[in-house]
Design a protein around this ligand. Sequence first.
Ligand code: UD1
Ligand code: UDP
Length: 364
Amino acid sequence: MPEFVSIVGARPQFIKAAVVSRALGDAGVDEWLLHTGQHYDDNMSRVFFDQLGLPQPDQNLRIGGGSHGVQTARMLEGIEAALVDRRPAGMLVYGDTNSTLAGALAAAKLNIPVAHVEAGLRSGDRAMPEEVNRIVVDHVAAVHFVPTQAAVDNLRREGVAAGGIHLVGDVMYDAVLQHGARAEAESTILAETGVAPQGYILVTVHRAANTDDPQCLQAIFAALETISHEAPVVVPVHPRTRQALSQAGVALASPALQMIDPVNYLDMLMLEKQAQLIVTDSGGVQKEAFFWRVPCVTLRANTEWVELIETGWNRLLPPTSADSIVAGIRAALAGKGGAPDAAPYGNGDAAQKIAEILRGGLPG
Ligand code: UD1
Ligand code: UDP
């Protein structure tokens, strides 16, 4: 049986890898886990391993922080050494982070075939670091596990061979189906934050375009302060955003705007499910809003999850000024959801399909 290495490093990758890892185990496929260390705080990393049953990493390179060049280069060096040492039959990479890029490049140079989970997504915005990562990874990967038909079309348009493209659905949908009931049974986050079901807005912001431009960051949080006087706002704050707010000198005064530490996955699912509205720039959170059929506003000019816009559950709100953000959120609060029966992300068996394909090995 071939042995695979899975590369993880950032929060959403622990969630995706947990469902795939479990399916690989069920299918009898051997896997070892390499953590780049890109995310390292307990509430950005350890908590997901503990809660989702993801095995402890066999190796942690502890490469967190730094510029894109420094971070990616250090990861490349560390991953290459691990691959030379252990010579896996293939590599699994997830999503579009610098860990994904470094893993795929290191493996491709050693002629170790790469399988990309969440392949084919495109926002069309090359200024977004993740877009560059996606394009490079898709073009060095041998196998593409694709969540949506739009992503298949993107790959075909870029000349990626049809034989390696597998439309399996979205592993994050699998994760919500696996853990949703547990979240409802175990999470006490609503009581802890003191918010009522359907009585608050959940917000996450961490995208570089929104945090690195102080004017944009200020506009977003000024808008949230205004909105919090109309509906309480809960913000689990990403460490990048916490730093950026402090550097930009943004002071928040409204007691109805709760800035809390990043929460664990089950708490996040509960906060999402019971929200009246979700406002986010996260890829994963946009989809989870839809899985719970909670209307969502995306603080970006574009999204790679185009189906969410088409089904009417998500609307784009480029954060150009505090006033326009307030107006966009008010419009969303007054609006309705989208089509209730849309199902663009598969049947919740994406991980199982991935495991079945990997059981046969990757093309060399
Ligand atoms: C990364 C991904 C992004 C993904 C996000 C998920 C890239 C280019 N970006 O963005 O695609 O959506 O993860 O959350 O790979 N920090 C901490 N503690 C941590 C992690 C980060 O303090 O546990 C701080 C550090 O100062 C670090 C900064 O946050 O420099 C940014 O972290 P980094 O992993 O580089 O990028 P993210 O913004 O997290
Ligand atoms: N998430 C979480 N706790 C939080 C914020 C997010 O568990 O405080 C989960 C969320 O439910 C989703 C994933 O993290 O499954 C999304 O990750 P993130 O927004 O960091 O990255 P992106 O999806 O934008 O790459």
